[in-house]
Design a binder for this molecule. Structure first.
Ligand code: Z5A
Length: 211
């Protein structure tokens, strides 16, 4: 079984920038990598992503949003993630279920027991081997993200929504310290990458020798 690594955090903290760095580290230490993302990663998932992130005159109910995240995940697991892990490949995923706890649980304030039931149903016992949460104050993430494209449906939420999202991520890292780690992403990119490298070594995902 390959390793399952996920990267998460509020918008603009540097997931995309660091995904490339992690992929290069993994490949230089001999991992065959599949890089993917959520919501998305399959044809159906990418269609759901379009619906989830695009603006509409009609509001989406929080329950519908939650179920669509897990519908995308079910397809992603069956078509991409599990086949790759079973083929001894390392899966590197931009966001996973921790995002659901943070955005739908924290941000939308949905009952976390419902999320946990869906997690068990859709994933069975599968949990990432390592989740790297890039953490930075909301203002920092928003300022970095703001210099790019127009905000999508979720990015248009107000600061208090993102404060709750950030708090949920911090709580997840506190609850599951063996598999979820928090990285200070407010620092310059080089310092962030140094912390990521240390976590990959600490979790026996890469060898110190290759660095
Ligand atoms: N979502 C959900 O609600 N529930 C779920 O279960 C799942 C997802 C799975 C998809 O987001 C949306 O789906 C997301 C949560 C929701 N909505 N929101 N918000 P996404 O992952 O596709 O997009 P995103 O969160 O908006 O990510 P992003 O905006 O693309 O940000 P990023 O990838 O973390 O950041 P970046 O593009 O790497 O960096 C942003 C800029 O900062 C860029 O110019 C970099 O050069 C710069 N940067 C990066 N690091 C640094 C440092 N350290 N210093 C200075 N500048 C930096």
């Amino acid at each position: 079984m390959g390793k399952f690594i996920t990267l998460d955090g509020i918008e603009g903290v540097g997931k995309t920038s660091n995904l490339r760095f992690i992929k290069e580290l993994l490949e230089s230490s001999g991992h065959s990598c599949v890089v993917t993302r959520e919501p998305g990663g399959t044809n159906l998932g990418e269609s759901l992503r379009g619906l989830l992130l695009s603006h509409s005159d009609e509001n989406m109910s929080p329950d519908a949003e939650l179920l669509m995240m897990f519908a995308s995940r079910a397809e992603h697991l069956s078509k991409v993630i599990l086949p790759a892990l079973n083929n001894n490949q390392t899966v590197l995923c931009d966001r996973f279920t921790e995002a659901t706890y943070a955005y739908q649980g924290g941000g939308r304030q949905l009952d976390v027991d419902k999320i946990s039931e869906l997690e068990d149903w859709v994933q069975g016992e599968l949990r990432p081997d390592l989740t790297i949460i890039l953490d930075a104050p909301v203002e920092v993430g928003r300022a970095r993200a703001g210099s790019r494209s127009a905000p999508d449906r979720i990015e248009k939420e107000k600061d208090d929504f993102f404060q709750r999202v950030r708090k949920s991520y911090i709580e997840l890292a506190d609850h599951y310290p063996h598999r979820i780690c928090l990285i200070d992403a407010s620092l310059r990119l080089e310092a962030v990458q140094k912390q990521i490298l240390a976590k990959l070594i600490e979790h026996d995902i890469i060898d110190q020798v290759v660095c």
